[in-house]
Design a protein around this ligand. Structure first.
Ligand SMILES: *[C@@H]1O[C@H](CO)[C@@H](O)[C@H](O)[C@H]1NC(C)=O
Ligand SMILES: *[C@@H]1O[C@H](CO)[C@@H](O)[C@H](O)[C@H]1NC(C)=O
Ligand SMILES: *[C@@H]1O[C@H](CO)[C@@H](O)[C@H](O)[C@H]1NC(C)=O
Ligand SMILES: *[C@@H]1O[C@H](CO)[C@@H](O)[C@H](O)[C@H]1NC(C)=O
Length: 443
């Protein structure tokens, strides 16, 4: 092993982030390996030092690691690719570059956890962690495998999605397994955001699409491109482009760019200053995103929406959804903001006591501009608000009534789905039926 001056200088200048002189820069020889040990001390770094390939230790379990690529010069550890999100590698696991097999990740017991498929018979000349964040397994005159062809939740400038390629969101910020949101560059040339019904890989109707499909569009899409200067576009057969990002002003010279599909279904473009002297906060900033409103985006009618059942989605300025349980409801899993909410009471028809008026048992919580558009079982019209309340009050199946458009009353039953705050509802009211006084605990 040799130690060129270059990486040594880097390790002196960026001591907090590169503390190890044994880091290999640029070309990786066959036979080279990395072992998953504490604090990611060994990695394969790109020539500029911007990206590193190696083991990322999980914050939630220090004995588990992902084989990953991350930004190597910024304090906030940001993974741009990982191999084994569903199957973290234990302490002591090893990744090796083999001449005949490419990269192989194996456990300390020698069990194969992951490998780069390079096709039978091909011979590996070496590996390269390049300055765009792409790790390549190189043959004598071709690239046999590259991380850019197997994106996880993030794509980087110069990365291209060919037809059929998919970007998959994580389950959550801390759970790296595949979640339910996908960005797909379809074989028909359309770029779509969609959900899948886990564990099936079936794609539901998209909640965002570029409309560049063959037959629909004048000239269909050929590739989805993230270009060097940070623009995202679909290139068309006739050479024109369908540009997604408009008016991006940050310069690729001074800023890192990445586009990530979040576990909340929002696909966003982020920038981060390359050095503190470039101004701005040294953190990731979202500068563009789709869809415009994930809370009201038409997700599948048969799912809960971006938030869980009985939950309410509201949109922050940066396009991110926040989910909250309404009064009387609590999260089923306190650690999962996007999970379902369960009522703190039972609204079963049995609990109604003979001789006790419904007025004494229930009251309404009024929520303005809130709706759960897909859970109604009855539409009553023309109704006054008072008639609407009364109808829900005396109907043991009614959990919420929506009173809107002057004289319309929609009665809804649990579970409520696709809940959202939507200013477009023009003051419409959600009348949430709750038991009066101490709640009858649900079993
Ligand atoms: C790893 O980091 C932890 C916490 O920062 C530290 O206590 C430990 O000594 C480090 N281990 C090695 C091998 O550097
Ligand atoms: C190099 O690439 C060319 C074109 O793809 C191919 O025809 C040739 O067989 C390759 N040579 C080797 C040694 O793999
Ligand atoms: C990236 O795409 C945008 C929009 O088409 C274009 O203006 C810009 O010149 C492109 N950058 C490069 C390096 O090709
Ligand atoms: C619902 O029940 C939980 C657990 O019993 C309790 O902590 C919470 O305060 C209750 N919420 C309401 C709104 O009553």
């Amino acid at each position: 092993m040799h130690f060129p001056l270059f990486p040594l200088l880097y390790s002196l200048i960026f001591l907090p982030f590169f503390s190890d002189a044994q880091t290999i820069v640029g070309n990786i020889k066959t036979g080279a390996s990395l072992t998953a040990t504490e604090n990611n001390s060994y990695s394969w770094v790109s020539p500029s030092g911007d990206f590193a390939f190696g083991f990322h230790q999980l914050n939630t379990n220090q004995n588990l690691f992902f084989l990953a690529i991350w930004y190597n010069k910024i304090p906030e550890k940001t993974l741009v690719w990982y191999a084994n999100g569903d199957n973290p590698a234990p302490f002591g696991s090893k990744v090796q570059l083999y001449a005949d097999k490419g990269l192989v990740l194996s456990s300390p017991q020698g069990e194969r956890l992951w490998s780069s498929e390079i096709g039978g018979g091909a011979l590996v000349n070496g590996g390269l962690m390049d300055d765009s964040g792409n790790f390549m397994v190189l043959g004598s005159n071709s690239t046999l495998w590259e991380s850019f062809k197997f994106p996880v939740d993030t794509i980087l400038p110069t990365q291209i999605l060919d037809k059929g390629m998919v970007v998959s969101a994580k389950q959550s910020g801390t759970s790296f397994g595949m979640g339910r949101f996908r960005l797909v560059f379809q074989s028909d040339g359309n770029l779509v955001l969609t959900t899948i019904n886990l564990p099936s890989e079936h794609l539901n109707e998209p909640y965002f699409a570029t409309g560049t499909a063959a037959g629909v569009s004048s000239s269909p899409g050929v590739q989805f491109v993230f270009n060097e200067t940070g623009d995202l576009f679909v290139s068309r057969e006739n050479g024109e482009i369908h540009l997604l990002t408009q008016g991006i002003t940050a310069s690729a010279k001074d800023f890192y760019f990445r586009a990530t599909l979040g576990s909340d279904g929002v696909f966003a473009l982020y920038t981060h200053p390359k050095s503190a002297s470039n101004g701005g906060d040294p953190k990731w900033t979202s500068i563009w995103f789709v869809p415009d409103n994930i809370c009201t985006a038409s997700l599948v009618t048969t799912s809960s929406g971006v938030c869980g059942f009985n939950s309410i989605c509201s949109l922050a300025d940066d396009g991110r959804p926040t989910c909250a349980c309404p009064k009387g409801y609590t999260p089923m899993d306190p650690n999962d903001e996007f999970g379902n909410c369960k009522p703190n009471f039972t609204l079963s028809c049995d609990v109604e006591k003979p001789g006790v008026a419904a007025e004494e048992l229930y009251e309404f919580e009024v929520l303005i501009n809130v709706d759960w558009p897909l859970a109604d079982y009855a539409l009553l019209e023309p109704f006054t608000e008072k008639q609407c309340r009364n109808s829900c009050l005396h109907d043991c199946m009614c959990s919420v009534a929506i009173f809107r458009l002057g004289d319309k009353c929609w009665k809804k039953k649990l579970p409520l789905s696709n809940g959202r705050v939507d200013p477009g509802l023009d003051g419409g009211k959600a009348l949430l039926k709750l038991p009066k006084g101490p709640y009858i605990p649900s079993q």
